[in-house]
Design a protein around this ligand. Structure first.
Ligand SMILES: [Zn+2]
Length: 208
């Protein structure tokens, strides 16, 4: 049952079926019969303004995407608990054999802001402990930069944190050391559409 609130979804689906499906059908059929072989695993924020498939202009089958609040990768904790991000990483790396993992942060990230200012009062169940992973690094950054730079510097610090945590997964660190897996940190500027990449120990520079 589709009500008025989902009319935008229905009309979008109709455009997909009418405008795009005829040309894309063979590609989807091949993906269905051959399976997926994405070249890259992306860890991005759930924010509706920073969609990896749009930003990288990719086709179906090319990106294996994990999105969550503030593009966080928790550390390697094989404790039997329900680790959705880690499960996606394990499948993407071990089964799909991606050659690259991209962590993409973005400007005006509400999740990173919650690390600085606290989670919304009505989001204590899950958001508060989730963003709590980044509180320490974000507070440290806040002491190092001016007030007008805190937002961007904190978002970059969270990308670096996720990259550090990726390297706590032994099968990621091993593949990176062997040259079989490349880890990349990016930050997307929503207002200007520019992607900046982490270069060296701490600098983000615009991609050409
Ligand atoms: Zn965000």
């Amino acid at each position: 049952m589709i009500d008025k609130s989902t009319d935008a979804l229905l009309s979008g689906y109709r455009r997909f079926r009418q405008d795009r499906w005829p040309a894309a059908r063979a590609e989807y059929e091949a993906l269905a019969s051959d399976g997926q072989r994405p070249h890259t695993l992306v860890v991005a924020c759930s924010d509706s303004r920073a969609d990896p498939a749009l930003i990288f202009d990719t086709a179906p089958g090319q990106l294996f995407v994990v999105r969550n609040v503030a593009n966080l990768v928790p550390p390697y904790e094989p404790d039997g608990h329900l680790h959705g991000v880690s499960a996606a990483l394990e499948f993407g790396v071990k089964v799909l054999g991606v050659g690259r993992i991209v962590v993409m942060g973005h400007a005006h990230c509400g999740g990173v802001a919650a690390m600085r200012d606290g989670a919304p009062d009505n989001c204590r169940d899950f958001v508060a402990p989730w963003v709590g992973q980044g509180t320490k690094v974000v507070r440290r950054v806040a002491q190092e930069v001016g007030p007008d730079q805190i937002e961007g510097a904190a978002e970059e610090a969270v990308v670096r944190l996720s990259l550090e945590n990726l390297r706590t997964f032994p099968w990621i660190a091993e593949r990176e050391a062997a040259g079989a897996l490349v880890l990349t940190g990016l930050h997307f500027g929503i207002a200007d559409g520019v992607l900046r990449a982490l270069r060296g120990p701490g600098r983000f520079e615009p991609l050409a």
